[in-house]
Design a protein around this ligand. Structure first.
Ligand SMILES: [Zn+2]
Length: 266
């Protein structure tokens, strides 16, 4: 029986940053992988204005997600059809199609319908804080969890990184004079609480694919990321941390998302 892994994230590029290496690793291990994305990232920045306009960004980012998922080996890419709400307090929050304004029960319904069809063994979504608090990230975490509880698989994972990994990287960058994307004072609320981490995946074998997937999100390569020396980019991307919140725990930390998985024969 081939295991099925389904990722449920809010915007194109979330999947690659949060779990791209683990996804590629699951594909390597023979899993069927499906990526579900709540929005087309319509409210994102446009790193290079020649690539998209605010009007075309959703369409462009859909194509970018498909290209990134092709790099990772994902078999199927699906959208829930909501609109990116933008950062907390931005104008996009009030758009009637915004993901942030959708009713939770309706979102859960849509995700659960995909789960009922796909019967995922493993589901991966954001940790409840959305890594850095983005309202769409928090909402997808909450709704994917409720959908999992309605159509249970074998395991549910929350994607990190952990707070300490995040803090360590930021403080080392600061010490090395490397510019950072987050104000350092806020870093105490970033990432997943360390005590919630159950699974650390070394994705160095998948790093080249993860970086190509990241590069496929061309409109999202912000100047900070583009300016990051390779050594720091590799450190940022080489490990992925997860907290398993449903299902019997895998043996120990340091294994992939499918480690020891007994695939159900539903
Ligand atoms: Zn996002």
């Amino acid at each position: 029986m081939t295991p099925t892994l389904v990722t449920v994230f809010a915007h194109p590029d979330d999947e690659t940053f949060a779990a791209g290496g683990s996804v590629a690793s699951a594909v390597d291990a023979g899993a069927r992988v499906v990526a579900i994305c709540a929005t087309r990232g319509e409210a994102g920045e446009i790193a290079d204005p020649s690539l998209a306009t605010p009007e075309t960004l959703g369409e462009v980012r859909e194509a970018e997600l498909r290209a990134a998922c092709a790099e990772l080996g994902v078999h199927d890419v699906r959208f829930l059809g909501y609109r990116d709400s933008g950062m907390e307090g931005s104008a996009g929050n009030a758009d009637p199609r915004a993901f942030a304004t959708a009713r939770d029960d309706e979102v859960v319904e849509r995700i659960a319908a995909h789960f009922a069809e796909l019967r995922p063994d493993v589901v991966v979504t954001f940790e409840p804080g959305g890594v850095y608090g983005h309202p769409d990230h928090r909402k997808i975490s909450r709704c994917a969890t409720a959908a999992f509880d309605r159509v249970p698989g074998v395991r549910l994972y929350y994607a990190g990184p952990s707070r300490s990994a995040f803090m360590t990287l930021l403080s080392e960058m600061r010490a090395a004079g490397v510019e950072q994307p987050f104000p350092f004072e806020d870093s105490g609320t970033l990432g997943m609480p360390d005590e919630d981490v159950t699974t650390l995946v070394d994705v160095r074998p998948q790093l080249a694919r993860k970086k190509r997937a990241l590069a496929a999100h061309r409109t999202q390569i912000d100047p900070w990321l583009a300016s990051l020396p390779d050594e720091w980019l590799d450190r940022l991307l080489a490990e992925e941390e997860f907290g398993q919140v449903r299902g019997e725990r895998a043996a120990s930390i340091g294994h992939g998302l499918l480690e020891g998985l007994t695939v159900s024969t539903r």
